[in-house]
Structure formats: C-alpha cells, structure tokens
Write a protein that binds this ligand. Structure first.
Ligand code: ADP
Ligand code: MG
Ligand code: MG
Length: 495
C-alpha cells in the first residue's frame, strides 16, 4: 500500500454508502456464521447441549498496521518465547517476585494460593519437568506525544489461556474474502492482496500441543482441555480440538474443575493423570484457572494441584502461569534483570524498545509518582481476562483506598498513545435480527501467538512464533476484551 510515513491513519476507514455498508455487513456476517466465527449466545445458564450460536463481533475493514512494526512484533516473539520459558524455570526468581514469603503472594491471595500449591509440590518432588506454553504477546501502536514515528509497545504477555487464535485466523480470512468478493467497492484503490497477511494460527498452536503430546509419548493418551462452566467462547477452543484430531489423530477430553474433581486421579505407580479410571492424559491445556472466580472454594485449588502433581505436561504449569504476572513484566524493566535470562545485547535492546515505563507501587515514592502522573498511567493487579485495571483520573481515589501493604500487588504502567482518529465499522450480533454496523473511532491491539516446550533434563527448548490476532475496541473504552463485550475481532491491513 502507500509508504508507511504517508499512510493517513485518521482517514481510515474509507467512506461507504449505506448500500455498500449493508452489503459488506451481509457478506461478513454470513461468512462468519458459515465458517465457525462464532460465540454461544449470552444466555444464563448456558444449555448443556447448545443448539444455537451468534457470529462473533467483527470489524468490516481490517485495520492499518505498519509492515515494519508487524515484522518486528513477529521477530520479537521467539525472544519472548525463550524469555518466559527461562523465567518459568527460574525458581529463585519466581519465589522472590511472586512467592508468599517475599513476593506478591504475600498480599495477593490468588497468587499466594497458586504459589503455595506449587511450593508444596516442589517439596514433594516435581515428576514432570517438561512444560508447555501457548503464549500471546499483546501490543498497541504508540504515536507518542510529539509527532514521533509510530512504534510498537507491549501491553502484556499472556502465559495462560491465550484465546482467539482460531477465531483470529477466520477473521483474517473473512477480510481477505470481503476484498476478493467485492474489492471493497474500490473505495480504497491502493489495497492489494499482499496487504492482507496470511494467518495460520490454528495449525501453529496445535503443533505446540501436538509437540507436548509426542514428548509425553504414550500411545493411547489424550489431551485434556480444562474449561469454564458457561464458557461462551467455545468455538475458539473446539477448532483447536478438531485440528488436533484431523491433523494429528489426537483426541481431546473437555472438563471443568468441578467435573475433574470427580473424574481425575493419579496412578500411584506411574503418576499418570487418568480420567474416569480409563484415559491417560498426556497434556493438560488450561482454558480456565486464570482467575480467582474459577476457584470459588478450596476444592478447585485441590483439583488444580492434583493435575499439577501428575506426570501430564501442563500448559501452563503453575510456574509458567506465575511468570505471566504483570509484576514479572514490571520487574523485567529494572536495570540488569533481563540479562539474567538473555545474553544477546541487540535482542535485549530490541525487547526493551517495545516496553513502556513501569514501576511497582511498593517502591519508594512509587505510589506518589503514580498519583502525580495519574493522567498518563494505568494501574494493574495480578489478574487476567480484562476489567481489572484502574485508569487515569480514577487512580488518586483508588490509591487513597488501597491499604499500603497491598501496593506490592499492583504495578503502574505508562499509557500507550495510539494514533488518533482511526476508525472502523463495528458489527455486533443483534438480538432481534437487527443487524447494523456502527462507525466508531477505534484502537486496535495486535497479539502475536507463540509456543514453547521446555524444561526437560536435556535442557532442550522448542519454540515457534505461530500467528496473530487483532482486537479492536471503541476509543472511549479503556479495555478491550472481546469476550467481555467491549471490542471486536479484526485483522491487519499492512501499510
Ligand atoms: P488483561 O490481562 O486483563 O487482558 P491487560 O494488561 O491486557 O490486562 O489490560 C487490558 C486492556 O487495557 C488492554 O487490552 C488495553 O486495551 C488496555 N491497556 C493495558 N495497558 C495499557 C497501556 N499501557 N496503555 C494503553 N492501554 C492499555
Ligand atoms: Mg490483555
Ligand atoms: Mg492478560
């Protein structure tokens, strides 16, 4: 497309007539419904056997993203895969940062519960040293305040339950289809097929799961997906399951913590994880367990620790889940810490260039600095899944109410400033069949997927960057969780 310096983000999306927009929306929603780009409808309780679905929220156009920064994000992924694998293997570091004696676990009950469970298992002796991570590193474009060139800045790094891999592949295909079938009515004549980058995330993520399964090496074993009751994002998970079966002949069992409380056991001779006394599990893939609400009672923690104790490979292990804490992300920015894990100076510099300023509220003057700079900050606790952060003008009152001891559980992060004035047409599934696309000013978040299999006695580490995701949110919303309803699935137009 046009050269990066000249792309006008504030002129996106191109204007469409009402007829064109309606036609594109029809093409988009029917493509989504035909290709499994779906959600379960928002009903409670979810029926045990679903019989209807709605399309996922979508953007009509892909969102512009500079090629140079897309390539940078993909290149960084290998470094991040290795970095987080090494953090997960660094017991001393994790104890210090996330543990219940010195670290965040002291003041954050959820982190403390996980860490204590892990510590107890370490004292017993870990029977499965191999660990699998299916990661997603999230970024925003940063325009800076003084007209600097756009840069790539990391929002966070996810080590558990990184979602939307399969749906993002379908969304990229959807935009390619809209272009192929309508040329977007030539409203933006510069668009070329090469501006729509390929996205094969499904095969890539499944390759990671299959690598763990192969490393476990037991013929009749299956992969266990640990899922949430009432989950609406089931198609994103099922598409991984179908790919595992079709391409790798690997079977999947899906169960919640509560189902596993009754069905899961450990073979006392081999330490194998066995479901219903019959099926051995090679790999446990968590699409649950990342939030305290997944552990309403001690029973769910007990089930988590039972899975962790077994010889099955965990994706992620508790150690790798703790490595994904925001506190770890912040501590990595401190002088010298990255050098504990990586040696290549150029690589270290490139990673650092993708970070915003961060500090702990428990540091000397950390809370005061957060108060002074509130308008340019977000505060984050050790939580996943959206909706947990405190932004800008809400920060001073939040700090007033936060007991000083709990400051250790929170980090301050400078806000990334995305390019102004970029928009898109956002399509949500209407309840009464009233289907319409709404034009809105938006912010787009890029996620890069990768996996790593590591921790074995030979010191080997396999890893790969495997694809990408774009989620686009209305500009006025601070957060962008697709599942929580603030944002839509999107893809990239390289510029
Ligand atoms: P979670 O693990 O709950 O997804 P995130 O760190 O991704 O937490 O924060 C949630 C959302 O908040 C992000 O998707 C992004 O929209 C917004 N956000 C987080 N950090 C920043 C930041 N430094 N600058 C701008 N927006 C941010
Ligand atoms: Mg996030
Ligand atoms: Mg997260």
């Amino acid at each position: 497309m046009s050269s990066p310096s000249r792309f006008a983000f504030s002129e996106w999306p191109p204007a469409l007539s009402e007829t064109q927009l309606e036609a594109l929306t029809l093409y988009a929603t029917t493509y989504a419904l035909s290709h499994g780009l779906l959600y379960l409808p928002p009903v409670k309780p979810q029926p045990r056997v679903p019989n209807s679905a709605i399309h996922a929220p979508l953007s009509v156009f892909p969102s512009p993203f500079p090629l140079r920064l897309f390539l940078l994000a993909r290149r960084l992924q290998s470094a991040y895969n290795i970095l987080y694998a090494r953090i997960a293997m660094d017991v001393e570091f994790l104890d210090k940062v996330m543990g219940s004696v010195e670290g965040v676990g002291k003041v954050d009950d959820f982190v403390g519960q996980l860490w204590t469970g892990w510590k107890n298992l370490r004292d017993e002796g870990i029977v499965q040293p191999l660990q699998l991570g299916l990661f997603r590193s999230d970024y925003l474009l940063h325009a800076g305040l003084n007209g600097e060139p756009l840069s790539l800045k990391q929002v966070e790094f996810n080590t558990i339950s990184s979602s939307f891999g399969t749906l993002s592949q379908h969304t990229a295909a959807l935009h390619r289809y809209l272009y192929a079938t309508t040329s977007y009515y030539n409203v933006h004549p510069d668009m070329k097929p090469d501006d729509f980058p390929p996205n094969d995330t499904t095969a890539g993520l499944v390759e990671g799961l299959a690598a763990a399964h192969a490393a476990y090496n037991a013929k009749e074993s299956k992969i266990l997906f640990v899922v949430q009751a009432g989950e609406r994002n089931v198609f994103d998970q099922r598409l991984l399951e179908y790919e595992l079966l079709e391409k790798h002949s690997i079977h999947v069992i899906r169960q919640t913590f509560d189902e596993l409380a009754a069905s899961a056991s450990i073979d006392s001779a081999t330490q194998a994880l066995v479901i219903s006394g019959a099926t051995e599990i090679s790999t446990v893939y968590f699409r649950a367990g990342y939030t305290p609400t997944d552990y309403p009672t001690a029973a769910q923690y007990a089930t988590r620790f039972l899975l962790e104790r077994s010889r099955a490979i965990k994706c992620p292990s508790i150690a790798l889940q703790l490595a994904g804490g925001k506190k770890v992300q912040q501590v990595l920015t401190q002088p010298g810490v990255l050098a504990r894990f990586l040696t290549d100076a150029a690589q270290i510099a490139e990673l650092r260039s993708s970070w915003m300023g961060m500090w702990g509220l428990d540091e000397a003057a950390g809370a005061q600095r957060a108060r002074d700079m509130a308008e340019r900050l977000v505060l984050k606790p050790q939580r996943e899944g959206g909706g947990n952060n405190v932004y800008k003008e809400a920060i001073p009152a939040f700090l007033d109410a936060l007991p000083p001891l709990e400051r250790q559980a929170w980090i301050a992060m400078e806000l990334i400033v995305p390019p102004e004035g970029t928009g898109n047409y956002l399509v949500r599934a209407g309840s009464e069949g009233a289907q319409s696309a709404v034009k809105a000013e938006v912010v787009s978040e890029l996620g890069i997927f990768g996996w790593a299999l590591f921790g074995g006695p030979d010191g080997g580490l396999k890893e790969k960057e495997v694809g990408w995701l774009v989620r686009t949110k209305g500009k006025d919303s601070n957060e962008g969780g697709v599942a929580t309803g603030f944002s839509v699935l999107d893809s990239i137009l390289l510029v």
